[in-house]
Design a protein around this ligand. Structure first.
Ligand code: FAD
Length: 475
């Protein structure tokens, strides 16, 4: 096998593997190096997303939601069950099968595209050389015309709280529980904390979520965050804001979690503790001497708008660079860079990256919130439509939540769309497309939406922005 490649990608997660595939589609010779090892010791491509993030969490969210609905909703539909139970082992097996299938699928994609997969550690050296150490310990020096760094991120640790992999775990550990903990504490009410808390709460865990900030979901539209908090609390998630965790210790009777809130020092005893306070870029042992690649104060690889590092023909994409830590953001960067390397057009529209929280109800948004527009002093108008007025949502027994559109007061350009409700993560795709094409709310108003579908809520919200909604009174 040659040791010379047009492109070497270090990291085979959702930022790295699409970069490798697109580069190969662009007729370049490509190798993709990844060092991920699963708990059974097997190597796998797909990074955090496929092995320990997006995919396994969605598998467990789906299973736990089905159980929750069987228990609490089926009777409303007239579906009667004689007792409902669940089996965590089966849920975990199903999840494992999905992860295995998806990660092995990447190898099939690599084969089809002509990408050389290399399992082991990659380290960039000066002059675009890459030191590759295979999982078997064999070391080789490879040479590339271009290198793409896609080394991803890792869970942020919390001072005073040591992971033991059993009682005190990170998000990956929380996806591997073999049984439902009776008492659970999640530190961090961000996207990951809420999703993992929801999984185990639905299966019966008494769940406390401790959040240091006073504000719930500060990155989301305020109205959306308020509605979400109401639903989560109704589901039994005990969300405590302004609660700063100072220490956690494993004792005989459980994990003792110490935190301080407005009332002073508090202690909580639980069976399992999940630390989900965020993620930080992962670049350990990635860069040799004299590469010219620079890290910023927070440890991210410094890049320009087009993901160029300071070093010639060295690029960086995904969670290891600035911007939201999302799989689809990394994928777009990876594909964009592979096109730029081939002399084609590559571009990421950072203003139209959707965010989704896969709870029930689901939460999704793209663009700016009302709060951001107010702070910027921009004149805007809004239109909202509640799912309670959507025929399809009512038929699904999923009338909670709403869709809200924010548009420029003068030009009518859509500036943001915020959804809490059924399939919000799917509905947001229309909003992203609209924003990608700089659509106005009138463009959406004049677009036919099939009836009865959930997407009519987006249509009606657009109409409501000009007080022309049909299915709700206009105020
Ligand atoms: C529980 C959880 C749920 C999530 N859910 C979602 C979701 O629903 N939607 C979403 O968009 N995002 C979600 N995310 C975030 C998403 O997983 C990340 O944004 C995404 O994986 C980042 O992709 P990446 O390719 O940049 O990095 P990663 O996926 O972290 O992949 C990096 C890869 O590079 C390898 N690597 C690192 N350094 C080296 C080296 N020197 N040599 C060889 N290999 C190396 C790593 O082993 C890893 O395999 C979730 C994350 C978690 C933890």
């Amino acid at each position: 096998m040659s040791d010379n490649f047009d492109v070497i990608v270090i990291g085979g997660g959702p930022a790295g593997y699409p970069a490798a595939i697109r580069a190969a589609q662009n007729k370049l010779s490509v190798a993709c190096i990844d060092e991920w090892k699963n708990r059974d010791g097997s190597a796998a491509f797909g990074g955090t997303c496929l092995n320990a993030g997006c995919i396994p969490s969605k598998a467990l969210l789906e299973s736990s939601e089905l159980y929750h609905r069987a228990l609490h909703e089926f009777a409303t539909h007239g579906v009667k069950l004689d007792g409902v139970s669940f089996d965590v082992e089966t849920m975990q097996k199903r999840k494992g099968g999905i992860v295995r299938g998806m990660t092995q699928g990447i190898l099939t994609l690599f084969k089809g595209a002509g990408v050389t997969p290399l399992t082991g550690h990659g380290r960039l050296l000066a002059g675009r050389k890459v030191e590759f150490t295979g999982h078997d310990g064999a070391r080789r020096i490879l040479q590339a015309k271009h290198v793409v760094l896609a080394s991803g991120s890792e869970p942020m640790p919390l001072r005073g709280v040591d992971f033991d992999g059993e009682r005190i775990v990170d998000s990956w550990g929380a996806l591997e529980f073999a049984a439902v903990p009776k008492r659970l504490c999640v530190i961090g009410a961000g996207v990951i904390g809420l999703e993992l808390g929801s999984v185990w709460r639905r299966l019966g865990a008494e769940t406390v979520v401790l959040e240091a900030l006073e504000q719930f979901l500060p990155m989301a539209d305020g109205q959306l965050a308020k509605e979400a908090a109401r639903h989560f609390r109704k589901q039994g998630l005990d969300i405590r804001l302004g609660a700063k965790v100072t220490a956690a210790k494993v004792e005989k009777d459980g994990v003792h979690v110490s935190y301080a809130d407005a009332k002073g020092a508090q202690t909580l005893v639980v069976d399992r503790l999940i630390v989900a306070i965020g993620r930080r870029p992962f670049t350990r042992n990635l860069l040799g001497e004299g590469t010219g690649v620079v890290l910023d104060a927070r440890g991210f690889i410094q890049v320009d708008e087009q993901c160029r590092t300071g070093a010639e023909a060295v690029w960086a994409v995904g969670d290891c660079v600035r911007g939201p830590m999302l799989a689809h953001k990394g994928k777009e960067e990876g594909v964009g860079v592979a096109d730029l390397i081939a002399g084609k057009y590559g571009h990421v529209n950072y203003n139209a990256i959707p965010s989704v929280i896969y709870t029930a109800p689901e939460i999704a948004w793209v663009g700016q919130t009302e709060e951001q527009l107010k702070a910027a002093g921009r004149a805007y108008k809004t239109g909202s439509f509640p799912f309670a007025a959507s025929g399809r949502a009512r038929a699904m027994e999923a009338g909670a939540g709403f869709c809200k559109i924010v548009a420029d007061a003068a030009s009518d350009e859509i500036l943001g769309i915020h959804i809490i409700g059924p399939m919000a993560g799917e509905l947001i795709a229309e909003a992203v497309l609209a924003m990608e094409y700089s659509a106005s709310s009138e463009d959406l108003q004049r677009t036919i939406h099939a009836h009865p579908t959930l997407s009519e809520a987006v249509h009606e919200a657009a109409l409501a922005a000009d007080k022309r909604a049909i299915d709700i009174p206009n105020r």
